[in-house]
Design a protein around this ligand. Structure first.
Ligand code: ZN
Length: 327
């Protein structure tokens, strides 16, 4: 770990073809759940090794066990059913969950096992990864609750138990993703209320990743989200986000994780453009509060693209560190 400008990843990594094939075979009942999990573990080892080789400070497990970040949980919690496939991004389809009854936890916790398995592979801290209650509600059809608030608050109670288990397992960084948060600015107070439930009493550093954003509609109110670190995408709009952040003083009790490589484009960024973005961010956020990562999860990239983008990111951080004299 460095004292400043720590590097990390947002969450997902590309799944290897043999894992995708194992998942197909599992759906057809040709292999067991244990066989599938063995493939997921192999892929997790590669994700951890890649991040270690590139020198990242805080690692992710890569989410090999998850397809969609909401459906993974909804398929296991009670109160949900699956819809027919709906379109998510580009030509990707997924089964949108439908809430058909009161939501409740799965028979076993969903986040802590993946965290423990990945943390056992490395001495560097691994993040615990959860999806936030607001996004779980927003990316589901609600056919049961009278209003969205009731559903969001019930989901918050379930996710709080997941966060508590990660905290008790010694996880130092717990990320509760709320990518949907910027889509309805009028519901930001509800997302904040729900996040208070999720993070209550958690000792680990809490993080929330938010993307696809119309950030100008929710900023600076977004700073009220009760997490230690906000993780925001910046590269895919040419670091325009920084102009918005510069209009308000950055609070001393918040950390910013800045996305510096675009996860939705094949083009590999140049070290120079990433370096410029980081230097611009340092004008706004002090180096000890600034983390550097990609814009979002990398599951839509190829393994080689992910490796190249992270390599550029790490080179840019090294150059900035040297230029500004950071530890
Ligand atoms: Zn994202």
């Amino acid at each position: 770990m460095h004292e400043t400008l720590n590097t990390t990843s947002v969450g997902s990594f590309p799944k290897p073809e043999r894992l995708l094939e194992a998942r197909r075979q599992r759906r057809q009942g040709r292999i067991s759940e244990e066989d599938l999990q063995a493939e997921e573990r192999l892929a997790t080892v590669d994700v951890i090794r890649l991040q270690e080789d590139l020198g990242l400070d805080i690692l992710v497990h890569g989410e090999m066990e998850r397809g969609d970040m909401v459906a993974y949980f909804a398929e296991r919690w009670t109160g949900f059913e699956e819809s027919l496939p709906v379109r998510s991004y580009g030509n990707r389809y997924y089964r949108k969950p439908i809430v058909v009854g009161p939501v409740g936890p799965a028979p076993e916790l969903l986040g802590v096992g993946a965290y423990r398995a990945a943390q056992a592979l490395t001495d560097r801290p691994v993040k615990g990864m959860l999806t936030g209650p607001y996004t779980c509600c927003d990316w589901s059809f609600n056919a049961h609750y009278a209003d969205r608030r009731a559903l969001v608050l019930d989901l918050a109670a379930i996710i709080h138990e997941e966060a508590k288990a990660l905290d008790e397992a010694g996880c130092q960084y717990i990320q509760i993703d709320e990518p949907a948060l910027s889509t309805r600015p009028d519901e930001l107070p509800l997302a904040i209320e729900a996040m208070e439930i999720v993070t209550a009493g958690i000792r680990a550093r809490t993080i929330s990743h938010i993307c696809y954003g119309d950030f100008d509609k929710i900023y600076p109110d977004l700073l009220q989200l009760p997490v230690r670190q906000l993780d925001l995408e910046a590269q895919n709009r040419g670091f325009e986000l920084l102009d918005l952040l510069a209009r308000h003083p950055w609070p001393a009790d918040k950390e910013l994780a800045l996305g510096v490589v675009d996860v939705h484009r094949h083009r590999i960024e140049t070290v120079e453009e990433v370096e410029r973005g980081i230097l611009q961010a340092l004008q706004i956020v002090p180096a000890e509060l600034l983390y550097i990562d990609p814009d979002c999860g990398m599951k839509t990239r190829t393994w080689e693209e992910a490796r190249q983008k992270l390599t550029v990111m790490m080179e840019a951080v090294a150059r900035v560190r040297e230029a500004v004299g950071l530890l």
